[in-house]
Design a protein around this ligand. Structure first.
Ligand SMILES: [Zn+2]
Length: 91
Protein backbone atom coordinates (compact mmCIF):
# COMPACT_ATOMS: atom_id res chain seq x y z
CA UNK A 1 0.00 0.00 0.00
CA UNK A 2 1.41 3.39 -0.89
CA UNK A 3 1.70 5.92 1.90
CA UNK A 4 -1.21 8.31 1.97
CA UNK A 5 -1.43 11.60 3.80
CA UNK A 6 1.24 13.93 2.49
CA UNK A 7 -0.95 15.68 0.00
CA UNK A 8 -4.31 14.94 1.54
CA UNK A 9 -4.72 15.92 5.14
CA UNK A 10 -3.64 19.48 4.39
CA UNK A 11 -7.05 20.70 3.47
CA UNK A 12 -7.95 23.87 5.22
CA UNK A 13 -10.92 23.98 7.45
CA UNK A 14 -13.41 26.76 7.14
CA UNK A 15 -13.31 27.09 3.43
CA UNK A 16 -15.17 30.04 2.03
CA UNK A 17 -18.57 29.16 0.82
CA UNK A 18 -19.53 31.29 -2.09
CA UNK A 19 -23.18 31.78 -2.56
CA UNK A 20 -24.02 32.34 -6.13
CA UNK A 21 -25.93 35.59 -6.16
CA UNK A 22 -27.12 35.61 -9.68
CA UNK A 23 -30.55 35.14 -10.97
CA UNK A 24 -32.20 33.43 -8.11
CA UNK A 25 -34.34 30.57 -9.11
CA UNK A 26 -37.86 30.67 -7.98
CA UNK A 27 -37.99 29.57 -4.43
CA UNK A 28 -40.71 27.22 -3.48
CA UNK A 29 -41.59 28.90 -0.30
CA UNK A 30 -44.89 28.24 1.27
CA UNK A 31 -45.44 31.73 2.44
CA UNK A 32 -48.91 32.98 3.08
CA UNK A 33 -48.22 36.32 1.54
CA UNK A 34 -45.74 36.82 -1.17
CA UNK A 35 -45.59 39.44 -3.80
CA UNK A 36 -43.36 40.34 -6.66
CA UNK A 37 -42.43 43.47 -8.46
CA UNK A 38 -40.29 44.30 -11.43
CA UNK A 39 -37.31 46.42 -10.58
CA UNK A 40 -37.50 49.66 -12.58
CA UNK A 41 -33.72 49.83 -12.73
CA UNK A 42 -32.69 46.38 -13.90
CA UNK A 43 -35.98 44.82 -14.97
CA UNK A 44 -35.61 41.77 -12.78
CA UNK A 45 -38.62 40.31 -11.08
CA UNK A 46 -38.11 40.46 -7.35
CA UNK A 47 -40.13 38.29 -5.02
CA UNK A 48 -40.67 39.73 -1.59
CA UNK A 49 -42.42 38.51 1.51
CA UNK A 50 -45.41 40.54 2.53
CA UNK A 51 -46.77 41.20 5.93
CA UNK A 52 -50.44 41.87 5.88
CA UNK A 53 -50.42 42.91 9.51
CA UNK A 54 -48.46 46.00 8.55
CA UNK A 55 -51.56 47.51 7.06
CA UNK A 56 -53.52 47.50 3.84
CA UNK A 57 -51.51 50.31 2.34
CA UNK A 58 -47.79 49.99 2.68
CA UNK A 59 -44.93 51.95 1.27
CA UNK A 60 -41.30 51.46 2.01
CA UNK A 61 -37.90 51.73 0.45
CA UNK A 62 -35.97 48.59 -0.29
CA UNK A 63 -32.77 48.04 -2.16
CA UNK A 64 -33.05 45.79 -5.16
CA UNK A 65 -31.19 42.55 -4.38
CA UNK A 66 -30.04 42.36 -7.98
CA UNK A 67 -28.82 45.85 -8.86
CA UNK A 68 -28.83 47.44 -5.38
CA UNK A 69 -30.79 50.48 -6.47
CA UNK A 70 -33.28 51.74 -3.91
CA UNK A 71 -36.86 51.24 -4.93
CA UNK A 72 -39.99 52.53 -3.33
CA UNK A 73 -42.16 49.50 -2.83
CA UNK A 74 -45.87 49.99 -2.63
CA UNK A 75 -48.17 47.28 -1.37
CA UNK A 76 -51.91 47.42 -1.42
CA UNK A 77 -54.37 44.96 -0.06
CA UNK A 78 -57.97 44.83 -0.98
CA UNK A 79 -60.46 42.19 0.10
CA UNK A 80 -61.67 41.99 -3.48
CA UNK A 81 -58.27 40.91 -4.74
CA UNK A 82 -56.99 37.43 -4.39
CA UNK A 83 -53.47 38.79 -4.45
CA UNK A 84 -52.06 41.96 -3.03
CA UNK A 85 -50.90 44.56 -5.48
CA UNK A 86 -47.18 45.23 -5.39
CA UNK A 87 -45.23 47.64 -7.50
CA UNK A 88 -42.01 49.55 -7.36
CA UNK A 89 -40.78 52.93 -8.43
CA UNK A 90 -37.25 54.17 -8.56
CA UNK A 91 -36.60 56.38 -5.62
ZN1 LIG B 1 -32.75 46.01 -9.77
Amino acid sequence: MPPVGASMGSMRLGSVVKTGKRKSKRRRRRSADEGSYVCPSCGEQIVIPLDRSEGSDQRYVEDCPVCCNPNVISVEYDPAWTEPRVWAEAE
